[in-house]
Every structure is written in C-alpha cells, then in structure tokens.
Design a protein around this ligand. Structure first.
Ligand SMILES: C[S@@+](CC[C@H](N)C(=O)[O-])C[C@H]1O[C@@H](n2cnc3c(N)ncnc32)[C@H](O)[C@@H]1O
Length: 463
C-alpha cells in the first residue's frame, strides 16, 4: 500500500520518465485523497498541457495558483500554457505576477520578454531581457531573444554577439541548436560565410547525426546537396517551429495559402460535386481552413507530428496522416480530385518523382496547385538550388518540364510573392496543372473552365 506522502514523488518520477499515463493515474490517486493538493493540480496541469489539452491545463494550474498564490513557478507555468495557447494578455499577467513574487526569477523576466515581443513591444522586451541577464549573465534564452531582436533590426554584429553568448551559456541541447542555427543565419546575413561554415562544421563534429547541421552545411558549401530535405530535417525543423508557425508567418505576410485556395476555388466552383482533396504537407492547416467549404472530403498529410497537432486543433480535416509525401503518393490506394501543396515543395529540389507520384493518385480531370520559390530567369543557376537558409528554389522552365514529364497538362505558372524574408518579398511561383483537359472530362462530368472570364487576383500584395 502506498501512503499519500509517497504518491507525489512517485507521480513526479513517472512524469519525468515520460510515462505520462501512469503519472496521470498517480496524480489522480493523490487528488482523490486530497482534492486540494496544489502540487498535484499544478503538475497534472503541466502534464495535460504536454498532452495538448491546454484548456484542462489552465483549469488545473489555475486552481493550484488559487490555492497557493505566492508560488512564482506556478504563475510562470500558467503563463507558459497561456502563451502557447496564444492568450498573450493572460500570459503577460501571469509572468508579471511571477516576477512580482520573485524579483530575482530570471526565467520569469525572460518569459515576460517573450510575450512582450509577441505583443510587438520590443523596447519593453529588451529591458526585461537585460534584467534577466543582469540576474544570470549566462541566461541562454535571454541572449537568444536579444539576438533575435537585434537581428530583426538588422543589427547583425550585436545579434552575432548575443547568439554566441547564448550557445556559451547553460542551456539544453535544443536551445543550443537553436542558438547555433540563429548564429549561422546571422553570420550569413553579415557576409561572414566562412565563419558560418566553421560553426556548422563544429556543430556537426559535436553532433554528427544532427539533421539541421548536415542540411545547412550542404546548403552553404554546395557539397552533398540532397534531392530533397531529409525526413529528419523536416521533422526536427517543423516540430520546433509548430508552436510559433502561424504567428511568425503572419508577420512575414504569408500569402501562399490564400493564393493556392483561390486557384483551388476556381477549380472546385466548376464541378458538379465537391472534390475529394489532399492538402499535401498541410502544416498547421492554413490552406485547409480556407478550402474546407469547397471540399467534400479533405485529407491533410504532413511529416511533422507537431504541425499535425496544430492542424487537428483547426478541426477542418476529415483525416490527418503523418507520412512522407512522395512515399505516400507512391503507395496509397486512395484517389483524389485535387492536391494542394502550399510552400512545401520548397523542401524538395528534384520535382520529377513527387510530381509523377502526385499524378498517380489524381482522378481523371484532377487538379494540382502548389507554390515554390523562384530562381530569376536571367541567372546562370541550375534548374533548382538549395539556398543558404535551407530552402530550395526552382526555375519556372524546370517546373514546367517536370510537370510535363509527369503527364500534367493545362500548366499555368504565375509570379507571386509567397511571403517576406528580412523585409523583402520572396519571389515565388504559383503553379496549377491538370491531368486531363477540362473539356475531356466525362467520368465526374462538368468540370468548368478554371477561372475563365473571371478577373484574377492581384498576386503582389504589399509587404
Ligand atoms: C512551410 S510549411 C507549409 C505548411 C502549409 N502547407 C502552409 O501553407 O501553411 C512546410 C510543411 O511541409 C512539410 N513537409 C516538408 N517536406 C515534407 C515531406 N517530404 N513530406 C511531408 N511533409 C513535408 C513540413 O513538415 C511543413 O509542415
């Protein structure tokens, strides 16, 4: 028989080992005996947040805070859940309460700064980050955030100093990796390519299996450029990016989903019945949300579990699949009337294989719409290149050739700006294609002319 005093340490040990179901059972056992145990409520809330149940997390940690209002760590953890749920004002209030209770709580100052940045109050964020560093000069996350604020203001030299300080400080391997990635990007922007390559080599020496280091080193040196970004690179990058993806992309004036959705809508409006659609590399579901009203069945697919978790929260997909795109398209028995793929073939160099596989799963009359970054036609670059930041870009003539080889027709390639990068619009291509001409279609009948007679939207929104 376990005494109640033993239950909390046991639950915490299980929680630390990642045995979440057993940890939850043990917290609940403790709460049955003592419904007002602040620790059990607090840690159960943290666990619920890890399971993606943020509303319950807020309820449990909120009750813990009511029971123990002088506990700075509880206020801070409640702030973390609010922050990751996008409830910034509530997060700010929690972090303020935490640092009022514990003025030397460096993490509290740093967390508050992160919210202030997200609320576009960079000057206040800088003040809080400086306080965190005054308390703890090696505070990795505070240096990282200060570096990012400098970077956003194009102050590369100060950004580089802070990123170097961040990776020298005490931090988890995940934070160190983020610091190094930020440092490499800043060195590139500052024109110090050799130093960036040296950092990447050192990173890879220390962590030979790190997919981000390997991918970026190939991008910087041009040696060993893969035909597409490795599954590990994509997964690691987007699992880390998922929580902030929507807010970061909004700030970058991310238009690719809107344009893909417009072209898809053109296609779908001409049909008698709504199409069955695959939103390929769906990410957090920005495209899915826009095209849902025009789809009979909407399937989302992505490699990154964390991106898929966000997509599930939108509740617009009939099903979500965790899979690699080419492999899925080459093997699935499912068939689709349309495939949308916004801003994801930028992680592919060679397009032939994935486009052939896309053709394989499309029904007669099927429609494909995707975006890629564009190589200017007047440069001497090859058909595609891997850029220093790790994304590929393509030449329009190559995209057309790859589509034709895969058997697509009615190919339209339009210039657009998918988003901004360092304040500059990114030259991109919006591509649509069919696998048989609209006039030839009979099996599902009545597919109209795509967009004929309609005015096309402006593809160059101001950035
Ligand atoms: C920039 S995001 C775009 C997401 C979404 N389409 C949108 O427009 O918001 C790129 C997505 O492509 C996914 N991705 C990249 N390569 C992939 C692959 N080979 N198979 C499946 N998903 C992939 C990533 O995980 C990520 O979610």
């Amino acid at each position: 028989m376990t005494s109640h005093e033993d239950l909390l340490p046991r639950a915490i040990a299980l929680h630390r080992q990642g045995r979440l179901n057993e940890a939850e059972d043990t917290y609940r056992e403790l709460l049955t005996a003592d419904p007002n145990s602040p620790d059990a409520l607090h840690f159960l809330g943290v666990l619920k947040h890890q399971l993606g149940q943020s509303d319950l997390a807020i309820e449990y940690i909120g009750r813990a805070v009511e029971l123990e209002p002088a506990h700075a760590g509880m206020h801070s953890n409640l702030g973390n859940v609010y922050m990751e749920s996008g409830r910034l004002a509530e997060a700010e209030a929690c972090y303020l309460a935490a640092i009022e209770l514990a003025p030397d709580f460096a993490d509290g100052h740093c967390n508050l700064a992160v919210v202030l940045r997200a609320r576009e109050r960079p000057a206040e964020a800088v003040a809080k980050l400086r306080t965190a560093i005054a308390i703890d000069p090696n505070h990795c996350e505070a240096h990282l955030n200060l570096g990012q604020i400098d970077r956003d203001q194009n102050d590369w030299s100060s950004a580089i100093d802070h990123f170097r300080a961040a990776i020298r400080g005490r931090c988890s391997s995940g934070l160190r990796d983020r610091g190094t990635q930020n440092l490499v990007a800043a060195l590139c922007r500052a024109g110090c390519a050799d130093e960036a390559i040296a950092e990447l080599r050192a990173w890879l020496d220390a962590a030979p299996d790190n997919p981000i280091a390997a991918h970026l080193l190939a991008a910087m040196t041009g040696n060993g450029v893969p035909p597409r970004a490795s599954d590990d690179y994509v997964k690691t990058t987007f699992d880390l990016f998922a929580a902030s993806f929507d807010s970061v992309l909004e700030k970058l004036h991310y238009h690719a989903p809107k344009f893909v959705a417009l072209r898809f809508e053109d296609f779908a409006r001409g049909l008698e019945c709504k199409p069955v659609v695959l939103d390929a590399a769906c990410g957090t579901g920005l495209v899915g949300e826009l095209i849902r009203p025009f789809a009979q069945t909407l399937v989302g697919l992505d490699l990154s579990p964390q991106m898929l978790r966000r997509a599930a929260e939108r509740d617009v997909y009939d099903s979500l699949l965790e899979a690699e795109l080419t492999g899925y398209l080459q093997t699935t028995d499912s068939r689709f009337d349309a495939i949308t793929c916004a801003d994801s073939l930028i992680y592919f160099g060679e397009l032939e294989e994935v486009l052939c596989a896309a053709r394989r799963v499309l029904n007669p009359g099927g429609f494909l719409c995707f975006t890629v970054e564009k190589i200017p036609p007047d440069t001497r670059l090859r058909d595609f290149e891997l850029q220093a930041h790790g994304r590929y870009r393509h030449r329009a003539s190559y995209v057309r050739r790859a589509l034709e080889q895969a058997g697509f027709i009615a190919i339209q390639i339009e210039d657009m700006h998918a988003r901004a990068e360092a304040g500059e619009p990114v030259a991109s291509l919006l591509v649509t294609a069919r696998i048989s001409a609209p006039a030839e279609e009979s099996s599902r009948g009545s597919v109209g002319q795509t967009g004929s007679g309609q005015s096309r939207p402006e593809l160059y929104p101001s950035v």
